[in-house]
Write a protein that binds this ligand. Structure first.
Ligand SMILES: Nc1nc2c(ncn2[C@@H]2O[C@H](COP(=O)(O)OP(=O)(O)OP(=O)(O)O)[C@@H](O)[C@H]2O)c(=O)[nH]1
Length: 292
């Protein structure tokens, strides 16, 4: 597993190199400010980090503790639950929801779990088709209805079926967009209610998928989803395709939510658990020279 996060930060490291081409033992505050901004850490958070540093020369250890502190919410604790474990996947269209559902399903399957999918984005025919294709490819059952049908009915049916057949994991897709934001909020709330009705305590985890290439601009959108239904954790997709890896700090800090996984490629196996130490150390390795 080790090394996937580091590899997927290549573009972010390249961006850092444009302002800090040479690794050094220490940097001034101005230099660190440039580096963090270049990696797409949000300006306000950069100010907060620097405000709390009193030394003129910032060493790796100093910056490391500050960066890790911004990720203090990044750890996830699994709730108590009665199987099946039901997950609701939310996020705007194009964020990588479908691919990420496939990756999660593959991951659970590899762990020996029985997985079933629910095609809950009934707003778009393409969403149902794509998820169905992935289900076939991964040899995983799926509950799907026709476009325009009630998405909460899909949620109910897939949970009901999972309970009857002894499945371990249920992963439910949801719409990323409806005619209005209020419609979307109402639909997501309804799915939430129906999940609980089908299986008390469900959904056990609501995951927001964020397109990593959007960087900080995803924060306000993420807050809107959090306000709508309450998010338990985040998956950042396409980390390998972006120079904005530093936005993970601002996203985790602003939303006070755990980062569960990061997407590190297009294949089903390219989903890596977020390890905040590997993440921070990979960035620091690109900035700092070893102390002699
Ligand atoms: N490089 C890379 N590409 C990814 C990753 N995750 C998703 N993608 C690609 O991003 C594109 C969009 O992903 P989809 O899953 O189809 O998008 P979408 O989110 O399904 O759209 P919705 O279902 O509407 O949310 C696809 O080409 C995926 O292969 C990732 O971690 N790395």
């Amino acid at each position: 597993m080790f090394g996937f996060i580091k590899k997927s930060l290549n573009k972010t490291v390249d961006a850092i190199k444009t302002v800090a081409p040479k690794r050094k033992i220490s940097f001034t505050k101005d230099e660190i400010e440039d580096i963090l901004l270049e990696a797409d850490v949000e300006y306000e958070l950069v100010e907060i980090i620097l405000r709390e540093i009193y030394q003129d020369k910032i060493t790796r250890e100093i910056l490391r503790s500050k960066l890790l502190a911004t990720l203090r919410y990044a750890e996830y604790k699994e709730p108590q639950y009665t199987p099946p474990f039901v997950e609701l996947i939310v996020g705007v269209n194009g964020a990588g929801k479908t691919t990420t559902i496939a990756k999660l399903a593959q991951r659970y399957k590899n762990e020996g779990k029985k997985v079933i999918l629910g095609a809950g984005d009934t707003f778009r025919a393409a969403a149902i088709e794509q998820l169905t294709l992935w289900a076939k490819r991964l040899d995983i059952p799926i509950v799907a209805s026709k476009q325009g049908h009630d998405s909460s009915a899909v949620a109910y049916d897939v949970i009901d079926s999972a309970k009857a057949k002894g499945f371990d994991n249920v992963i439910i897709d949801t719409a990323g967009r409806l005619h209005t934001q209020t419609n979307l909020a109402n639909e997501l709330k309804k799915i939430n209610r129906i999940c609980d009705k089908a299986h008390a305590g469900a959904p056990h985890r609501t995951i927001l998928i964020i397109d990593g290439t959007q960087g900080n601009s995803a924060i306000s959108q993420a807050k809107a989803f959090h306000d709508m239904i309450g998010i338990d954790g985040i998956i950042i997709t396409k980390l390998d395709g972006t120079a904005k890896g530093g936005s993970i700090f601002s996203i985790a800090y602003a939303l006070e939510l755990p980062i569960l996984f990061v997407g590190t490629g297009e294949q089903p196996e390219n989903l890596t658990p977020f390890d905040k130490y590997e993440f921070v150390d990979s960035l620091l390795d690109a900035i700092f020279d070893q102390e002699k």
